[in-house]
Design a protein around this ligand. Structure first.
Ligand SMILES: [Zn+2]
Length: 282
């Protein structure tokens, strides 16, 4: 039986010291099934290497996503910041096509001086421009996956992410449950808290969670302040939320397909614990 939920590390596993083009051999060797390629400090991968990475992922049946650069602000006040942000997403989409990444994860931006409503409006305006740019460059095979963000100063609460994904084709959410937990100052405690999130997603984005459109997720234990996320912690530091088993139970109860990318400091080690926990619940 094929698992509905696939697990993998955010970036290269800690125990891996080879070349990224071969990383999926290592991930499959561990028994994991997903990998998020990190372009968080700039899209630097060349076409040839990207193709090799894609082949290696296909050979090993690893589901690959890609994290776009951090320095993106689609609700920026300054025109040059907006342009650079759009440009980084264009570069990301091009590289994602080469790599065969099924999602391009990115953080949409910051509210800065704007009201949340105005920041969201600006962000969507920038995305329209991004779509035009991609269209004129002939880049077609991409799915952008804006992520729920961890700081209250960042655009990207659950409603905003749903709104963005609902407004554009080729968009599907990244739900970082730790970020939602941190923004909400510890709001995820019970299984119903997860069910409420999943219901909200399913109500508006009808194709999410099914076989062709798995829900893309990030998970870590998280420490937060009033302003939101502070620090990622490893899985066995259970004094920090959100709870893992309840998330897995909720996804299993809903019959959802998902990818869970492990963002704890232990990456592959904790991804394996997540996977074992999932299998013990089936
Ligand atoms: Zn994340």
């Amino acid at each position: 039986m094929k698992n509905n939920i696939l697990f993998g590390p955010a970036g290269n596993p800690i125990g891996f010291d080879g070349k990224t083009i071969d990383v999926c051999d290592y991930i499959r060797g561990l028994g994991l099934e997903a990998y998020e390629y990190q372009a968080t400090y700039g899209v630097r991968i060349q076409k040839q290497s990207a193709h090799k990475l894609k082949k290696n992922a296909q050979k090993n049946d690893i589901r690959v996503s890609m994290h776009a650069p951090y320095y993106i602000n689609l609700s920026a006040q300054k025109e040059d910041v907006l342009e650079r942000s759009i440009d980084r997403l264009v570069q990301s989409a091009r590289a994602a096509e080469w790599i065969g990444a099924y999602r391009i994860v990115f953080h949409p931006g910051f509210y800065t001086k704007y009201t949340p409503h105005e920041a969201l409006r600006r962000c969507k305006g920038a995305i329209s421009k991004l779509m035009d740019d991609l269209d004129s460059l002939g880049i077609k095979k991409f799915t952008f996956a804006p992520e729920t963000t961890g700081k209250r100063s960042q655009l990207g609460n659950l409603d905003e992410i749903i709104d963005i994904c609902h407004s554009f084709g080729n968009f599907s959410p990244t739900i970082d449950f730790a970020h939602l937990h941190a923004r909400g100052r510890g709001c995820i405690k019970e299984i119903d808290d997860y069910h409420r999130i999943l219901r909200k997603l399913g109500d508006v984005l009808e194709d999410i969670g099914n076989k062709t459109q798995p829900l893309h997720c990030h998970f870590t234990r998280i420490e937060y302040t009033d302003a939101g996320e502070r620090k990622h912690h490893v899985l066995n530091e259970t004094e920090y939320g959100p709870p893992l088993d309840l998330l897995l139970e909720a996804l299993i109860e809903c019959g959802w397909h998902a990818t869970i990318i492990c963002e704890t400091p232990f990456l592959e080690r904790d991804a394996l614990i997540m996977q074992q926990t999932y299998q013990s619940l089936l």
